[in-house]
Design a protein. Structure first.
Length: 87
């Protein structure tokens, strides 16, 4: 029976890691849905009532930081092309 313990421990740890991985993916997806629900008006989706959006906005701190960082890092390809042709 003692020979079984390392195998059980390994399988148990492996299953636990997979479960945690699935939960982390689900959490990220729920955060994306939450951000889309609150900020969806920017892309043309129907948004919840304004007071509700304003109450939920503080919970989007991390999402807003990611959004700002991506906007700062993004290149403006159309702007660069227009500059080449003096438009």
């Amino acid at each position: 029976m003692t020979k079984d313990r390392p195998a059980r421990s390994f399988v148990s740890e492996w299953l636990r890691e997979r479960a945690v991985g699935y939960i982390q993916v689900e959490r990220r997806e729920l955060e994306n849905v939450f951000a889309l629900m609150v900020l969806g008006a920017f892309v043309g989706l129907p948004s919840p009532p304004t007071p509700l959006s304003l109450r939920l906005l503080p919970h989007l701190g991390r999402e807003l930081a990611v959004l700002r960082r991506r906007a700062e890092e993004m290149d403006d390809l159309y702007g660069e092309a227009a500059a080449l042709f003096d438009l």
